[in-house]
Design a protein around this ligand. Structure first.
Ligand code: ADP
Ligand code: ADP
Length: 228
């Protein structure tokens, strides 16, 4: 599903963020990406949705080499992946319903099919009753759940999460994890960068640790392995 071969990333200012990574993630896996600040986690994650381009190496997702795709192909590539962030990135002037519908591919879809799909994903994140609300009327956890609904509305094969619980209190973070596990159980591959030691050590999954731009550990049902 996701393969990286000898991937390197040097930023234009000379910082060597990723220094030769090989990785294979199978369909349906749930993977945590951990490591100290500045280790290269964000760069690793950003290359997966082509927010950053590797300097060298191949990144193959669903058979497409992200290192080789043309700029104009990027939107098509991103259709098959959902992304969520620490700061949610919702559009403040749109309602919950509109935030999700806006992200939906609506080529030749009837209004009723769009409505059915949007309400269906809002049900998965337990927000059907807040469809008419605006982001600033929601708690942080609810905003992240809208972002998750938006990320999965096109049924992507991969969901990429960059510190999705970083702005949330512990209880809300567990709720978000319940939803991510549910989505994973429905077949979506999940790659999640996180600093949440409690979650990683409790909901045991594959752990990929990055240090100095290299894979320092890669363990099934691994541990967080750092103090914080
Ligand atoms: P992490 O997510 O583990 O904190 P990052 O991938 O954000 O690590 O950063 C890895 C290294 O790359 C750090 O030294 C960071 O300062 C540097 N870096 C990150 N983004 C950029 C950028 N856009 N330009 C230059 N250097 C960057
Ligand atoms: P939390 O305790 O999870 O942070 P809040 O106290 O922010 O949640 O909100 C509690 C509930 O009230 C949430 O379901 C939220 O959607 C709702 N709510 C908060 N602010 C508003 C508002 N301005 N208008 C309507 N509903 C709101």
């Amino acid at each position: 599903m996701i393969t990286m071969n000898e991937v390197w990333k040097t930023y234009p200012n000379g910082v060597m963020a990723i220094n030769g990574i090989d990785i294979n993630i199978d369909k349906g896996e749930f993977v945590y990406v951990v490591g100290p600040s500045g280790a290269g986690k964000s760069t690793f994650i950003k290359m997966m949705y082509r927010e950053e381009k590797p300097t060298r190496g191949d990144i193959i997702i669903d058979g497409k080499n992200l290192a080789k795709v043309k700029e104009r192909q990027i939107p098509y590539i991103r259709r098959n992946m959902g992304v969520i962030f620490q700061d949610f990135k919702l559009l403040p002037s749109l309602s919950v319903y509109e935030n999700v519908a806006f992200a939906m591919e609506v080529i030749e879809e009837s209004k009723s099919n769009i409505r059915r799909r949007v309400m269906n994903v809002l049900e998965i994140v337990h927000l059907k009753n807040k469809a008419r609300f605006y982001p600033d009327e929601l708690s942080g956890g609810e905003q992240q759940r809208v972002a998750i609904a938006r990320a999965i509305v096109n049924s992507p094969s991969v969901l990429i999460a960059d510190e999705p619980t970083g702005n949330l209190d512990p209880e809300t973070s567990w709720e978000i994890m319940d939803i991510l596990e549910d989505i994973n159980n429905r077949g979506t591959t999940i790659v999640m960068a996180t600093h949440n030691k409690e979650i990683v050590n409790t909901i045991r999954k594959r752990v990929i640790a990055i240090e100095g731009g290299r894979i320092a550990r890669d363990e099934m049902k691994g541990e967080y392995g750092y103090e914080k």
